[in-house]
Structures are given as C-alpha cells and as structure tokens.
Write a protein of this length. Sequence first.
Length: 521
Amino acid sequence: MFGKGLRKNKVDVFLFMTYNTFGIVLLSETKDSVGMRTKMDNDSFDKYGLSDEILQAIHSLGYDIPTEVQSRVIPYALEKKDLVVRSQTGSGKTASYGIPICELVDWLENKPQVLILTPTRELAVQVQEEITNIGRLKRIKATALYGKHPFSLQKTDLKQKTHVVVGTPGRVFDHIEKGTLSLKKISYLVIDEADEMLNMGFIDQVEAIIRELPKERVTMLFSATLPKAVKNLSLKFMKTPIDIEMKSEGISVDKIEHIQYRVTEDQKFSLLTNVSMIENPDSCIIFCGTRERVDTLHHELSALGYPCNKIHGNMEQEDRTKTMNAFKRGSFRYLIATDVAARGIDIENITLIINYDIPLKKEGYVHRTGRTGRAGLGGKAVTFVTAREEHYMDEIIEYLGIEIPRMELPGQEEISNKRSDFSAKLLEKPVIKKPKSDALNKQIMTLRFNGGKKKKLRATNFVGVISNIEGVTAEDIGIITVTDSLTFIEILNGKGPKVLKALAGITICGKGLKVSEFHKK
Ligand code: AMP
C-alpha cells in the first residue's frame, strides 16, 4: 500500500515501517533506497498521475522538479494518508500539500472541503496565493481568513463557492462560532507550522477547531520541530499518521555563512551601517527585538537614504501585506522587522540577514537565518551580541552544533574601500521582479460586471452567456465571484479580450450590464 506513487516509477524503494512511542508510523529508507530517492527527486511531476490542469499550472509556475519534501509527501497525500511532516519553509512545503489538495478537491462541491491553519496572517495569505496558483486552471477558489481584516468581507467571500479555506486559528474560530464557515464538507485538514502555533499560544484554539470538524477526514501536520504538545495533537486527532522527516534540513551551514560581532548597545548602529556598506546586499532583513526598535531603526536608516521599509505586528494588516509584497518584488532593499517576518515567509534572493538584536529563543535563530540561503543560493547571517546576551549565543551554538566565529569589528580601510560602491548602489533604481504567477496569469483576464446579487444575477447566468460566444467554452471560465453589486469573472486561456469584446453592451437576465477589464491592485 505504501509508496504506490513511487512504484509507478518502477523503482523499488525499501521502506521499513515501525511505530514510535507516540504511535506515529515511522518510515525509514534503506541505504540503497536513498540513492534511488535522489534519482526520483530529479524526476518530474508527471509521475504522480496528476490531472493536466494541475500539471500545466505547476509547470507555468516554474516547478519542474519536485523538491525533496514534495517527492516524499505527494504520493502519500494523494493516497489520503494522515501525515506528520517535519520540514521547514523554503523547502517547497506548501506545494507538497497544495498540489495533492488541489488534485483531490471536488470542483462541483460549493462548501469548503479543505481547512488549512497557519500561525500568522502573512503565511495564510501566502498559502492562499500558492493554492490559487496551483489550482488556477482547475478554478479552485481559496479564501484567506485572518484578523485585522473586515469580518464582513470574509463572510461574504465564504458565501461564494469556496474549496479551500486558509486561516489563522483565532479568526477561523470566530467564523465557526458565528456560523459563517461551514465545516460539514471539510475532508482535509492541514496544520501548518504547528510548533509556531504552540509558541504563539494557539494550540488550544487549534484543538477547539479540530473538535468541530468531521471525523472522516485526512489530517496533515507540518512542523519544523515536534514538541510534546504538537505530538499530543497528532496522537489525539490523527489516524496512525506516517512520520516524514526531512533529514537534510535544519540550519544551513553549507549555503549560509554565519558570523557574530561582540558589541555594546551604543556601537550597534554604526556597526550596522558599516556591515551594510561592506556587504552592500541586494536584499537584506534586519531583525530587531521589539516594535519600537524597528520604528527607530527604520527612521534612522531612512534618514541616511537607505532604500528601506519596516514590518511589525503593530501595523495594519494591509500595510504589512503591501510592505512584504514590495520587498518580494525588490522595490526596496532593506526590511527592518520583528520576528513577524521570520516564519514561513517566502522571499527569494535575500543575501544578508542581520540580527541587530539577538533572538532570545534558539529556534528563532534558525527561522530568521532561514530567510536566506534559499533555493540553493548563498547567504550570510550576521549577529550582533552584547556582553549581556552572550549566553543566548552560546545556547544557539550548542543547539545548532555549528561554529559561529566572532569577527573583529570592520576596520576603517575596509569600510573606505567599499564606500563608493555602496553609495552608487543606493542611487540605483530598483529592478522590479515579476511574480512567479505571471506566466500563469498572462493567460487570464478578470472581467468586472456592474451587477451582482442585488440584480438577482447568479454565476450560472454568466456561464450560459459566455459559453455561447463562438470559440469559448465553459472550460475557459475561471473563478466567478458575485458580490452584492458587482461580478468578477476570470476568463482563461487567453480568451479574455475576445469575451470582453463580445459582451460589450450585453443584457443578462434582462439587465443591461457594463463590462470592463479588472486589474487587482
Ligand atoms: P515553501 O517552502 O512552501 O515556502 O516554498 C519555497 C519556495 O519554493 C516558494 O517560492 C515556492 O514557490 C518554490 N517552490 C515550491 N516547489 C517548487 C519546485 N518544485 N520547484 C521550484 N520551486 C518551487
């Protein structure tokens, strides 16, 4: 039964099955199979028997070869096994459950079938985007539920056809209590970053949510580490889950250079400017211990002309999202952040991490520095340590089992040599990166109609009219969102302009409607 997806490939992988003390099934590979596994890792997604809509979308996203976590998780997830996966972000973890979930959901069902719980709003949005991209051509509708965002808008969204709900525990629970999120058809539950849920004090809320879910379901739990409370969760609510541990993960010493400086509080700011001058990074995150420190540093670096912005938990969600997106696109080079930005956030090409304030938890060091050295690229992690904080650094070093050499403060000569390059780069115009989903979206145009529920219009009315246009079929229609006074319809396969032209001045159900192209802000 195990490894069905693997056998398709006609490769015999030997898996030993044992049960650990927590009742979790442990699978370990023989030495020989590790070699084969590598061979399969270099394989393509075609071997999983995925539908064309999903395959085409993942290829458009540029995912040609499954990552390690994907090649281990996808076959079991497609077989609807409960899984406990020890894996970190940056490994392609989201797609490892996103791909099978998009494959398995029943498009025709209107009520949510999948619930994904994440510890932070940023991660919820990111996961929702990834699911939307993977499921784009299958027209999978994913909705994100998180705090500091109008409840009423989410409520309206949930009234539409929704396949996947991604949310933070607090807001998801609010919707459950108010009866605005139907759980009847939930057949897949994903708990992402379970250990972080625990750190943030959400674990009881997660439990409370699970108790409300149908018992007949598949549960997948992802966590970088497995503290006792997380193991207990898997024991209580999962059916002999398969334990998948990504051995090659953890702290990266091959790809990331770790160094530390011993400083006084007063020296920190000048060291920061010196380090940034020497390193002159394209993209850098500076981590601070508190929101106030972030505000102050942002103010000071802005005054020096650094292309920088900030993110912390005290900011409005909309501003946080805007800032993260702008940073991802490369609109500015220095992001000053609290740990809010440390977990789960997927930003490519960060070459430098500066721990302006040392993380107080050793795990925090892993999460922060994990923002660099992603996707096989190199990176550098620099930590400032005051005398009072030395024991934190000792703990980190012991926990990771790596050397983090203490460097001499940079000398004047080195700094002067780099000054002109640094100043020149400050004046460079940023090169804005295109999002990964661009190729996918090129084929898609969203149309906006100036009528919705109040005019008694329904999705089927639009489908009828659009699929009657010559050369257009129902397959070319993507996600439809009908709000009170507007309707948004995605037209796929590059047929948007044709539909837009054909529908100019259209009457639907006796109502004259204006249609225009809609650009998401
Ligand atoms: P995650 O671990 O889910 O945060 O993913 C890290 C990054 O890897 C994201 O930018 C994904 O879009 C990207 N990614 C996921 N799967 C693949 C793949 N098979 N090939 C290339 N990139 C991928």
